[in-house]
Structures are given as structure tokens and as C-alpha cells.
Design a protein around this ligand. Structure first.
Ligand code: GLU
Length: 389
């Protein structure tokens, strides 16, 4: 007894994954729960991508690949970086295949963090950032995102968090959970602090295609002086509706990729072979009309959800600039986010994520995934309303 490590005992479960699993169990028991918990779009992966991967399995693409990933996959990643992001990447030196963003982040942290190093994160931020930093031996340091600043860091707040133990800044844009899309000015605040204090920047760009209105995603690696200190985490989970495939990639300086490669060899050997083949197909072409119409519809669902929420007594929500979520201010209900979430699930059978799971500054909010079906969205929003009238 008592064999579990202190590190793991001090790690909370993932609210997104555990609540989504709870919903699956409830549905298994016959309950009609509507799931707005984890950031999983309702769409299946486009058929042409599935066909390529399925055929490749039948043709024997069932063996382990190079730890860094197949040549073809890395070349497709480099072509995508050039086409979509204006980045010239060497597929042999600056790219490694990963099993989604969380595995990519783990590689990034293991490759850069010494015990006790501090990593600055946004508060609120994605639920797995703090636990992964902790598990990799680092110390997460929260810097609040304030609603009055549309959930953006100020240079003053960011700089105030830097100590002589700070090693890196980890951030996400488009932002999970608040829906902020970082402008050049926002990125330059991070760039200036990183360069002034010689910090690495870990940039989670998994929502890059989810930008609404005229907003555009910008890679921080393209900002002046940032190429050699940025680890860019990209994935196909969100943009290509390939969540279950667990496939992504990292673009980073050669020395960092070499360090990650050693960890990759020991940890997972490689990303799954046929998922790399499907992802090669997805990235090699310019996005299909099917994908473009999915992205457009996501925008409509996100904006619809936010405007409906603003008609519900005691709730309010800023219009998302991007991402998958409505970040709902529930402070006027007088309930904590965990209490409110439990009540929604028990009384109305709708699952959202309590804001406190994203950090101390997330208390008083709930996160709702908007990219579910239109039917679920309409029914779910009317159930949310019922909870408050
Ligand atoms: N990243 C998504 C979210 O924030 C998916 C769930 C997860 O991987 O934790 O909900």
C-alpha cells in the first residue's frame, strides 16, 4: 500500500476529460445528457482523410515509424507552415510528430525544464497546463487575464511575474477558455518580456483555424527575435476534426527538436503510423470546401451561443473572438462554478466545465463548448435558461 508517488497524489484529475467521461457513463446508463464539456467538435473527420488512412492500414502501414515522424508527414507539416503561417521550416531539423498537443507539451516541458524552474501561465488557462508543468518538475506561475482587458496580459502584469527562476512562458491563442485571439500587439508584449529575460516561449496554437470575423491567427514564432526561442505546438485535433487520432506536431529550433527526439524514443517511440498518413493527406492539400464550411458553421454556432447566453438572467458572456467556447460569467448566480455545474448536470442534464478548473481566476465562470450540433445547442441553451428562471 502507499505506492503512489507524491507527485501524482498532488495532481488533480483533468476536469475536461473526467467530466466528458462522466457524461459517457451517464449516457451508457440511458440518461439523455447533452455534452458541452470537453472541446470536441461534433463533426466526424472528413471522409477523404479517413479513406487515405484506412487504405494505408490495409496496405501495411501498421509499423512503427521514425521517432521524429515519417518524412512525408514532416514534409506536409513544413508545407502547411509555409502555406498557412509564412514559416520556412526544415522538415528534417525543426519538426517532430506528436500524439496531439498534450504529448507535444510534455515533450516540450521535459526538454526545457529543470526541477524548480518556473513557467508562467495564463489564469485562466487550459486545465492540463499546470498539472503537466508540475509532473515535469516545474512550477506553474499564474498571471491573471482580466475581463476588463478582454482576457489579455498587460506587459506590467507579465513582467511582474518574472523571477530569477522563470524559464518559460506558456500561452494559447486562440485562447482556451476565454476565446481571445492574440493580436500582434499582444504577441509583442510576450515577445518583449521573453527577450528581455531570456525565456523560452511555448505557444499552443491548436485552435488556429477557429478565428471569427476578421481576426487572424498569428504565430509568435514569426514575430521579430522569436524564432529561436519559440516552441510552436500544432495539432489536427480541432481544425481537421481529428480529435480521436491523437496527431499533431511541433515546430521548434533544431537543438530543441534533438532533445525532444531522445525523450520521444523512450516515451512513445513514435506517433501512430497510419495517423501520420491521414494527417499527411489533411495537411498536404489546401483546406477543402468541406472543412471551410465546417469552420464557418463553428463560427455561427459560437456567436449564436454567446448571444443567447446574454439573454439569460444572471449570465453574461463576451462575444468569442475565436476558439470553441463560450466563457460565461455566472457570478450573479451566487453559486460557485462547481455548484452551478453540478446543478446543471443533475437538474438539466447538460454538462459544462466549471471555470475554477482553469485556475483561481476562472471562479465565477463556466465554459461551454459551442461546436456541438445545432440541435444540442438549441436544446442545451433552453435547459441552461430553465436553470435560472
Ligand atoms: N482540449 C480540449 C478541452 O479543453 C479537449 C479536452 C482535453 O484534452 O482535455 O476541452
Amino acid at each position: 500500500m502507499g505506492f503512489i508517488s507524491k507527485k501524482v497524489l498532488a495532481t488533480p484529475p483533468s476536469a475536461t476529460v473526467s467530466i466528458a467521461d462522466r457524461v459517457t457513463e451517464m449516457r451508457h446508463q440511458g440518461l439523455a445528457v447533452i455534452d458541452f464539456s470537453a472541446g470536441r467538435a461534433v463533426e466526424n473527420t472528413p471522409e477523404d482523410i479517413c479513406q487515405v488512412a484506412a487504405q494505408s492500414m490495409l496496405d501495411g502501414d501498421t509499423h512503427q515509424t521514425m521517432a521524429q515522424g515519417k518524412h512525408e508527414y514532416r514534409e506536409a507539416c513544413a508545407a502547411k507552415l509555409k502555406r498557412d503561417n509564412g514559416i520556412d521550416a526544415d522538415p528534417n531539423k525543426s519538426i517532430i510528430a506528436t500524439m496531439g498537443i498534450k504529448q507535444g507539451l510534455t515533450l516540450s516541458l521535459l526538454a526545457t525544464i529543470n526541477p524548480g524552474d518556473e513557467v508562467i501561465v495564463e489564469d485562466p488557462c487550459f486545465v492540463s497546463y499546470r498539472p503537466l508543468i508540475h509532473l515535469c518538475g516545474g512550477i506553474p506561475v499564474d498571471v491573471p487575464l482580466k475581463r476588463e482587458n478582454r482576457y489579455r496580459w498587460t506587459q506590467f502584469d507579465l513582467e511582474a511575474a518574472v523571477t530569477d527562476r522563470t524559464k518559460a512562458i506558456l500561452f494559447c491563442s486562440p485562447h482556451n477558455p476565454t476565446g481571445t485571439v492574440h493580436t500582434e500587439k499582444d504577441l509583442d508584449i510576450i515577445s518583449q518580456v521573453a527577450q528581455k529575460y531570456d525565456l523560452a516561449v511555448l505557444s499552443d496554437e491548436v485552435y488556429e483555424r477557429a478565428t471569427w470575423g476578421s481576426r487572424k491567427h498569428i504565430c509568435i514564432a514569426t514575430r521579430p527575435g522569436m524564432k529561436d526561442r519559440t516552441i510552436t505546438l500544432m495539432g489536427l485535433t480541432k481544425s481537421y476534426a481529428m480529435g480521436g487520432w491523437r496527431i499533431g506536431f511541433i515546430y521548434a529550433p533544431e537543438e530543441t527538436i534533438s532533445a525532444m527526439l531522445v525523450i520521444q524514443q523512450h516515451l512513445i517511440t513514435c506517433a501512430a503510423s497510419f495517423t501520420q498518413t491521414g494527417a499527411t493527406k489533411a495537411l498536404a492539400d489546401t483546406p477543402s470546401s468541406t472543412l471551410k464550411s465546417i469552420w464557418k458553421d463553428w463560427e455561427e454556432r459560437c456567436l449564436f451561443a454567446a448571444s443567447e447566453i446574454n439573454t439569460i438572467p444572471k449570465l453574461s458572456c463576451d462575444t468569442p473572438e475565436g476558439g470553441f467556447y463560450a466563457w460565461i460569467d455566472i457570478s450573479r448566480t451566487g453559486e460557485t462554478s462547481v455548484e452551478f455545474g453540478e446543478r446543471l448536470l443533475e437538474e438539466q442534464q447538460i454538462a459544462l466545465i466549471p471555470g475554477s478548473a482553469f485556475g483561481p481566476n476562472g471562479e465565477g465562470f463556466m465554459r461551454m463548448t459551442c461546436v456541438r450540433s445545432w440541435d444540442d445547442l438549441r436544446i442545451g441553451l433552453s435547459r441552461l435558461k430553465k436553470c435560472l428562471i
